[in-house]
Design a binder for this molecule. Structure first.
Ligand code: DLL
Length: 433
């Protein structure tokens, strides 16, 4: 199978636009009728569902942001009773609470279908044995890819993350032919292989589906060379569905968007005015089918552009370029979204430390490392190693609870971190890619 859903994925543009418009109209009405948040927002903006007569009319609708999800935590944006939910996931919020996303049974089916298309586009086959090296849990990555690969008939090894030597042993012994991971973790596995004397030809890998964080073309070349596989990029976000929004095909010339499920727009990140998508701007996505939690004009904060021309692979779905960054300060560390504000929120709860801090992100052996540098509020416990050790342990524990990843903590003396004269530069990202 080369194309999972031939009818949709090769549909001519005018039919696709007609399908999108039909679904958009239904979705706006559905959200207006079933989610008080949308009714209020649209009433305030003076727009009614019947005002949507063309796809361009979407410009009349206000945007939705992560802050809206936070303010309506956990279930305020649901269009269905909680009893109708089939799955609940979460991703990092900008403060202590996560962003909760939910799926009905129908949404789960759509999600699985979306990912299955991307798996086939990436070269996945029913005879593949795929090792999923994403963390299983609230993160949408592992279960999302798992369901899609299972749907096309592949055998799934739910290996999760960590314990790299064991991952390599499993890949080798079980004969994995495909791997799903963050690109940086896959490169780390390649490095552990080198160190432990496992050669790429000792494995049977042929396809790699990498996502959840940015990866450059150089990184893909390295992945191909070190793991002897065909690497592809795929993109998604929890608020819309998780993985399954878009993914590369064998031509690697942009990520095919599942346009019958997600209507993409590129807006100017400053004026928020719509553009034709040919230049880089902020991606705004509208879910055209989601029953549990409608997302209409969600500002992803991701920077990309869109190519609407048909692809050599035969698919006609629009392709989004690899992401160029984000318009906000969200960091992606080990595939996990981290907002500096979450770290600040934790630090502020410790009276022994001051409000000046630094967040340093590095990449060693292809693995992201997070270091948080803080300053004692005064010198009263300087030299009291027991007290400093205890403080360090407590802060690290609190950071781990909120961020879900470990951070190295450096406690420095009062007034030892650099002060900036202008806007404080709290984040130092030293990663190459
Ligand atoms: O990362 C969903 C996902 C899982 C996609 C596995 C692909 C594979 P979140 O945790 O909500 O969801 O993070 C979403 O991650 O807004 C982007 O900034 C970033 N991101 C996701 N995929 C890519 C990618 C999942 N291929 C946020 N390239 C998004 C660059 C990516 N950034």
């Amino acid at each position: 199978m080369k194309i999972y859903d031939e009818k949709i994925e090769t549909m001519d543009r005018s039919s696709m636009r007609a399908l999108q418009l039909e679904r958009l109209k239904e979705m706006v009405k559905y959200a207006y009728d079933n989610v008080p948040f949308y009714k209020k927002k649209y009433d305030e903006a003076g727009v009614k569902p019947s005002d949507i007569q063309t796809l361009e009319d979407i410009n009349k609708l206000p945007f939705v942001t992560k802050a809206d999800l936070r303010e309506n935590y956990p279930y305020g944006l649901l269009a269905v009773p909680v009893s109708e939910l089939a799955r609940i996931h979460a991703s990092s919020g900008t403060s202590g609470k996560p962003t909760v996303v939910a799926y009905t049974k129908e949404d789960m089916e759509d999600w699985t279908n979306c990912v299955a298309r991307l798996v086939v586009a990436a070269g996945g086959r029913s005879d593949d044995i795929v090792q999923i090296c994403f963390g299983y849990g609230l993160f949408t990555g592992a279960l999302g890819l798992h369901q899609g690969w299972e749907r096309i008939g592949a055998a799934v090894i739910p290996a999760s993350t960590g314990n790299s030597e064991r991952q390599i042993m499993l890949m080798k012994d079980l004969g994995a032919t495909a791997i799903v991971a963050t690109p940086s973790y896959a490169l780390h596995l390649a490095e552990v292989m080198e160190k432990t004397g496992v050669k790429p030809e000792d494995l049977k890998l042929r396809v790699g589906m990498f996502g959840s964080e940015a990866s450059s073309e150089e990184m893909h070349r390295e992945l191909a060379e070190k793991l002897h596989l065909f690497p592809t990029d795929n993109y998604g976000l929890s608020e819309l569905i998780g993985p399954g929004v878009s993914g590369e095909c064998e031509y690697k010339c942009g990520m095919h968007i599942n346009e019958d499920y997600f209507y993409p727009e590129i807006v100017d990140p400053v004026t928020l005015e719509p553009t034709d998508g040919s230049d880089y701007g902020e991606l705004v996505l509208t879910s055209l089918t989601k029953k549990s939690m409608p997302m209409i004009r969600y500002r992803t904060k991701d920077i990309t552009k869109i190519d609407y021309t048909p692809c050599k692979c035969g698919r006609t779905t629009a392709r989004m370029a690899k992401l160029k960054g984000r318009t906000d300060d969200m960091l992606i560390i080990k595939g996990v979204n981290v907002f500096p504000s979450q770290i600040e929120g934790v630090l502020l709860t410790f009276k022994e430390i001051g409000s000046t801090y630094e967040i340093v992100v590095t990449r060693e052996d292809y693995q992201d490392k997070l270091e948080v540098k803080v300053e004692l509020i005064d010198d009263s416990i300087v030299g009291d190693y027991g007290a400093i050790e205890k403080l360090s342990k407590n802060i690290r524990h609190a950071l781990r609870t909120v961020l879900q990843i470990d951070a190295k903590l450096t406690i420095t003396e009062h007034m030892s971190l650099a002060r900036s004269e202008g806007k404080a530069k709290r984040v130092i990202d030293l990663r190459k890619y």
